[in-house]
Design a protein around this ligand. Sequence first.
Ligand SMILES: Nc1nc2c(ncn2[C@@H]2O[C@H](COP(=O)(O)OP(=O)(O)OP(=O)(O)O)[C@@H](O)[C@H]2O)c(=O)[nH]1
Ligand SMILES: [Mg+2]
Length: 661
Amino acid sequence: MKFFKRFPAIPGVVIALAAMLLGSMITVVLITLTPAHAPAIRMPLGSPAGLAAVGLALFLLVVVAGLSILRELADREYSTDRDFLNAFLEHIPDHVYFKDRSSRFLRVNRALANCFGLSDPAEAMAKTDSDMFTPEHASLALEDEQRIIETGRGITGMEEKETWPDGRESWVLSTKVPLRDRRGRIVGTMGISRDITDRKQAELRIRYMAHHDALTGLPNRSLLEDLLAHAMALASRNGKRVAVLMLDLDRFKNVNDSFGHHTGDRLLEAVAVRLRNCLRDSDIVARLGGDEFVIGLPMVEKHEDIEQVAKKVLNALTASFEIEGHGIQIGASIGICEYPKDGENPRDLLQAADTAMYEAKNSGRGTCSFFTAELTDATRRRQKLEFDLQHALARDEFVLYYQPLVATESGGITGVEALLRWRHPEQGMIFPNQFVPQLEELGLMAEVGNWVLRTACMQNAAWQEAGLPPIRMMVNLSSTQFYRCNITSNVMRALSESGLDPKWLELELTESLMLDDSETTIKIMMALRRLGVSLSLDDFGTGWSSLSYLRRFPINRIKIDRSFLRDIASEPTAEAVVRSIINLGRDLGLACVAEGVETAEQLNYFRKQNCEEVQGFLYSPAIPEADCRVLLRAGTLRVPGTHSVPSVKKRKDSDYLIPVA
Ligand SMILES: Nc1nc2c(ncn2[C@@H]2O[C@H](COP(=O)(O)OP(=O)(O)OP(=O)(O)O)[C@@H](O)[C@H]2O)c(=O)[nH]1
Ligand SMILES: [Mg+2]
């Protein structure tokens, strides 16, 4: 069979005919050679020799006929194999090819021909990959094939990216093996590959998503850490530094609140573009989430270079952004640290940069700060404080202090302002300026503000129940409480729970509320007034850009900010401002309170100006409830040193009034 497979060109039928012819001839010779004609060789059929001759002839006939049948079978098998191969090459959707030792195509299947844009697979004959693909891909494929030919070892299940002259890219899963002749010699290569472009693209997409921020397309934290690690390795080999800049937008919440989350998103995208545009291609720009971005500067040499880049970045963000028809101004704070000085791995560096960024925020925002070891302690303390703060309300650690307001002329107590304190179990009494910003950041301000409101109302009602003369209780409101927490119903609830008459409650709206004269603001104010409570404007004179507000706001009182008082004796302009405020208030029918009165001169000044009430350290700091009760029972306060005052323990200077918000 093997022999016939080797010589398939000799048909079996020819062999069979030849065998029959030969057999017939022998038989004819044996029969026709009679004793009469050839007595010497005459072998009668009946003789043993005659029978042997006939037998031999028949045997030959059978052998040759058998061989011819085998030949025929082999031939049939061969043509079946060929048909199968042809069918396979014609219909299989995978790409199949055979190449010679010079990587010229010997044969390609229909699918590969189609992929090459050939109508007939035969057209690929003698062509090479460089006729089909980009030179880069062709040379990679050639390298593989030469290696296979040299080593005799194939490549199985290799993912290959094919690049085409028209810019297309496709992915295939390939198997390439040596092509051998019958004697086992390598005469080329053959391969089969399956198109996996769709799967590969999906995979690449997933991998991209796992490493990039969906909104801006910038690397995310995970990729950033890899990029930083790479930059650090490079810098350490070259004796250079890597700078890490943590950038957080300033007051970005306001953008979301004022223009909506969607506009906020567009702004974040625009910030990403600006950052990318103002830095070199080799610099790293990533987004950690929220409004936090990280810039990595590989291979920096000098501290000054880093500072220069930080300033450039801050400047780039200063110009107004035009987002969906809104001109938006935003700044940023940057914390900076350096490898290797401030950390040996990306995580430590990011932590150090974050610490420095908080320092930049604390230094007033819009600036950059470099990391120092001392900052770490400060950060730890801050983090602990934040942690404790989250539990302070539940642990009943907040407490209200009360500071009296005194009638300028009579010294009679006309009201008390409720002021928040935090009695920390380890650190003692903490003042609001040390924790109110954190309360805002932690989103707890409204909850704590409502606690203040309720507690103050309860206290005032309790004093009245204890027989003390009714008194006005002033409670500060935060912006969150005022705008976002349905303040009207909260006030209603506090009043009804405490049973306090609304006329003994006055709500102080501070400058930090960022009040505007929008309809919303005025609507809320009107609703509060309708409840029967009064309203005052705190810190007056420091930030009210438009005095027209005063006309439109349904308020009862203004409180002149203490910053004016400091200078009224020495600075004529400060004195003039205070005088104008009092006159303005009077013209608009508003009562006036001077805050932060500390000296007898200041008190005399306000007496002369007919300012009705004062509040300040001269009379009393904010004091605990028990002390306040003593004062209220006395009903009047004298300027210390002039008349006796009710026996209230002297407080230290740090008790000085600090408003809630
Ligand atoms: N539009 C938008 N806002 C986001 C996204 N992720 C987080 N934020 C908001 O971004 C704000 C980030 O706030 P912070 O950086 O803490 O506060 P800030 O208002 O920028 O104030 P400072 O950073 O302290 O100056 C939060 O209000 C988040 O709700 C986002 O993908 N899109
Ligand atoms: Mg921010």
